[in-house]
Ligand binder design. Structure first.
Ligand code: GLU
Length: 570
């Protein structure tokens, strides 16, 4: 995962692209580059490592008067993350550049063919074949050349192309890698791998579909099918996110801001969907008839990363409250195994962006097998929402921090709503119970809002005792098992500390051998139905000199007897 930003319009190019790339940093990258057209020639800057390194070498170019160009953050797949391999890549003439996210699967044979024709390569990347292949077909029209070149390509791409021969035009194309366009009458045309870079300039978004190409100019945009070559009428969607949502707003970093935005994300996701008098849940955009709902015999939840953890939590809820068997699968596994799915199975995909490649591939397969598809998604109009039969939107707004926070919480809120909805439709839950649970869900936002500031202070102090360890275990039972997995993922992603999540009851089957004072354990032990069982597991850790941080229910004094540190939650 990595990013593309392209712009053509009246603004100076470099700041637009640089700021845009910063808003895509959450996607991860190992090198970066930028190119713009100035006085008929392409000017290119590339560097390894952080965007700051790129910014440092830009110097006066930051103020260049150019207003057309492309930027890229690379996550190396073919060739080391060096400056030479960083994008943009050029053709032999140096008059044409490409930036690319994805993988050209047949790059090897294409490269040999191009080498035989005399092309000279300057990098080890698969991407560079695109530049030379387009050069091979280039006569007068860049669009024609890119279309011909892409017809030869197997694999995935989000692509931005610029050529000195058409100095007012950017070409964008996509297949299995996300790319959106932003358009605005005065500001010009934008392309990016995700929406946040566009937010300061426009709320008018076009979602490119697979095998589509766009010709982008400052005052026009036309989309074509790469298959038929015909024009495609694309809907321009107005996104309700605004630029301020993509600013840090006084917080030290985006992730902290987004942690504090969780209550609002929950309110926005839940509001208007639960009737506070009856507890009835309304999810009209789910698009499933009562007959569809009555016919469901099994549910598959398909997702990746944090969304997969949300799915694991939802399994407990749906099975318990709606009485339907649930299978949860990692999308990259789901899509490659034998799927026993038919029309009695409801498949639910969970994805913040609605463009997660494996999840998208998974729901396409399930749909072919007759399953209805519902997607839980944060981006209105994204690919997944268009391909699914129905959608439950989370309303988290843009999430820019590397690790998912408010998107995860709002996914859980949406999944809980879905559970109540299903329980109601299938006659599995009394109105009273529904009402009580619905009210608690609505109330949750206020509870979180109240506790966050003091919690932050408390954790800051506590972490002094742990920040230098190299390994961590997170454990929980029941619902808190997937939460433990999510906690461990967060720690890995953000602190580069090795961490594993375990079901508490699994500790004795191996991992307990690792416990000593260098391997702290974070245990999730609310006063729930499995509380006593969890406590027994934690005692075993204590007996082996393990250091324990426990997160438990306010007022549970017993936790202090076994733990080094306790964090209480209401
Ligand atoms: N496969 C290309 C490379 O290794 C693009 C990687 C990316 O998506 O950034 O350069």
């Amino acid at each position: 995962m990595c990013g593309i930003v392209g712009y053509v319009g009246r603004r100076r190019l470099v700041p637009v692209v640089l700021e845009g790339l910063k808003r895509l940093e959450y996607r991860g990258y190992d090198s970066a580059g930028i190119v713009y057209l100035q006085d008929g020639a392409l000017v290119k800057f590339r560097s390894e490592g952080k965007l700051q390194n790129l910014e440092n070498i830009l110097g006066e170019a930051i103020g260049a008067s150019s207003n057309i160009g492309l930027g890229h953050t690379r996550w190396a797949t073919h060739g080391a993350p060096t400056t030479e391999n960083a994008h943009p890549h050029s053709d032999c003439t140096g008059d044409l550049v490409v930036v690319h996210n994805g993988i050209i699967e047949n790059y090897h044979s294409l490269r040999n063919e191009l080498l035989a024709k005399g092309h000279v390569f300057a990098s080890e990347t698969d991407t560079e074949v695109l530049a030379h292949l387009i050069e091979e077909y280039l006569e007068k029209d860049l669009q024609v050349a890119v279309t011909k070149a892409l017809a030869r390509v197997e694999g995935s791409y989000a692509l931005g192309v610029l050529w000195t021969g058409m100095p007012d035009t950017l070409i964008a194309a996509r297949n299995h890698s996300p790319l959106v366009l932003g358009v605005h009458d005065e500001e010009g045309g934008f392309m990016a791998s995700d929406i946040p870079p566009l937010l300061p300039y426009t709320d008018q978004i076009i979602f490119l579909d697979d095998l589509e190409l766009a010709v982008l100019k400052g005052d026009s945009h036309v989309v074509y099918s790469l298959v038929s070559g015909d024009k495609v009428e694309k809907e321009v969607k107005t996104i309700s996110w605004n630029s301020a949502m993509a600013e840090k707003g006084g917080y030290k970093h985006f992730m902290l801001k987004e942690i504090y935005e969780q209550p609002q994300a929950i309110i926005d996701t839940v509001s208007g969907r639960i009737n506070p008098e009856t507890g009835s849940v309304e999810l009209p955009e789910m698009n499933l008839s009562d007959a569809d709902l009555a016919g469901i015999e099994r549910i598959f939840l398909v997702a990746c990363g944090t969304s997969w953890h949300a799915a694991l939590v939802a399994k407990y809820w749906i099975e318990r409250w709606a009485g339907i068997p649930v299978e949860v699968d990692i999308a990259s596994e789901f899509r490659y195994r034998k799927l026993l799915i038919d029309k009695k199975v409801l498949t639910i995909s969970i994805s913040q962006s609605g463009d997660t490649a494996d999840t998208l591939a998974g729901i396409r397969l399930a749909s072919e097998l007759g399953s209805k598809i519902v997607t839980i998604c944060n981006v209105v109009g994204s690919t997944m929402t268009r391909e699914a039969h129905g959608t439950v939107y989370t309303h988290a707004g843009p999430e820019i921090g590397v690790a998912s926070t408010k998107a995860f919480t709002s996914q859980l809120a949406a999944l809980f709503l879905f559970t109540l909805y299903l329980a109601e439709k299938r006659g599995k839950m009394e109105a009273n119970k529904r009402l009580e649970m619905g009210r608690e869900l609505i109330n949750l936002a206020a509870v979180i809002d109240k506790m966050l500031p003091s919690l932050q202070e408390e954790i800051k102090k506590l972490i002094e005792n742990y920040y230098d360890v190299r390994d961590f275990l997170f454990v929980g039972r029941g619902l808190n098992f997937p939460i433990a997995l999510e906690g461990a993922l967060k720690l890995k992603e953000i602190s580069y500390i090795h961490a594993e999540g375990y079901a508490s009851g699994e500790l004795k089957h191996g991992p307990i051998a690792l416990i000593d004072k260098d391997m702290p354990v974070l245990g999730l032990v609310p006063r729930d139905a499995v509380y006593q069982k969890s406590i027994s597991n934690l005692e075993e850790i204590k007996a082996r000199q393990g250091r324990l941080i426990l997160i438990g229910t306010q007022g549970d004094e017993h936790l202090k007897c076994i733990a080094d540190d306790v964090i209480y939650l209401p």
